[in-house]
Ligand binder design. Structure first.
Ligand code: CP
Length: 307
């Protein structure tokens, strides 16, 4: 398959074949990170910019590591240290950065559609590193990679997503990804945190955590999106935790080989308890490790495409 897309803006614009192509490409890159010398010359001479208007630990760092392992040059810009604080618009910032001839810009922004706007005005590639509550495509791809790696397949599974679904770009991108496969997707959370009409998308809705995770193969926990007003959708964080916080006891209802996922950052003691986060079923740090391989694949496909 030839990759022809200039940008990666969302999962909705990827076919199942393209999703699988990213995962297969990532598989060939994972081994590089396990070598003594973690570097190949594939993207030598290319320049990767991360332009983050929201905080990030995993996405920004793993894109930088991915680029460096492929020998690209990397520049990291965060809003707080850019001319954004002096009133520069996103469009002007992006056009000025493009004047320095980067090959790809990875943007995270609180406004849904910000990466799409950049993709329209820039000749170089744009990757969505998370836009508001809209999409986080690279997170969903690394999640799909992790599920396939741990389960051998993304078909025939019961995958349960728990938490503040309505504000979660991770949940949206995961749902758009997983709908391509023949797995049962269950969303669980308080009614106020579940978008309406989910059943029309083929998603099962369950308000009881114990019932939701019965026989689950995969449990994906989400934090309350405080920055998007999530706390105002529940009576209290304490009550939320009592009903939707995942404990070791809950896991007894899932399949014996269940995997517990979380995109991070975790709020320990709220949506996930320590014994689960650090327990034998947790693949949370493996998700982070796989994020590097998946982002290497994305940079490679975008920058190596036929123009
Ligand atoms: N999962 C995720 O996007 O984490 P960061 O906010 O740390 O990038």
């Amino acid at each position: 398959m030839n990759w022809t897309k200039k940008d990666l803006l969302g999962i909705t614009e990827l076919s199942k074949e393209e999703i699988l192509f990213v995962l297969d490409t990532a598989e060939s890159f994972k081994e590089i990170s396990q070598r003594d010398i973690k570097k190949v010359p594939t993207l030598r001479g290319k320049t990767v910019i991360t332009l983050f208007y929201e905080p990030s630990t995993r996405t920004r760092t793993s894109f930088e590591i991915a680029a460096k392992r492929l020998s690209a040059d990397t520049i990291n810009i965060s809003a707080s240290t850019s001319s954004y604080v002096k009133g520069e618009t996103l469009k002007d910032t992006a056009k000025n950065l493009e004047a320095m001839n980067p090959d790809v810009t990875i943007i995270r922004h609180s406004m849904p559609g910000a990466p799409h706007m950049l993709a329209r005005i820039l000749d170089s590639s744009v990757v969505n590193g998370g836009d508001g509550a809209h999409e986080h495509p690279t997170q969903a791809l690394l999640d799909a990679y992790t599920i396939r790696e741990k389960k051998g397949t993304i078909d025939g599974l019961k995958i349960v997503i728990v938490g503040d679904i309505i504000h979660s770009r991770v949940a949206r991108s995961n749902i758009f990804t997983l709908r391509n496969f023949d797995s049962e997707i269950v969303c669980c959370g308080p009614p106020t945190m579940l978008p309406p009409h989910m059943e029309e998308l083929g998603i099962k809705v369950e308000y009881n955590l114990k019932k939701a995770i019965h026989n689950a193969d995969v449990i994906m926990m989400l934090r309350i999106q405080k920055e998007r007003g999530g706390v105002s959708y529940i009576p209290s964080v304490k009550e939320y935790s009592a009903f939707f916080g995942l404990t070791g006891e809950h896991i007894m209802n899932a399949k014996k080989d269940v995997i517990i996922m979380h995109p991070g950052p975790m709020n320990r003691g709220v949506e996930i308890m320590d014994d689960v986060a650090d327990g034998p079923y947790s693949v949370i740090l493996e998700q982070v490790e796989n994020g590097v391989a998946v982002r290497m694949a994305i940079l490679y496909l975008l920058l190596g495409r036929e123009k």
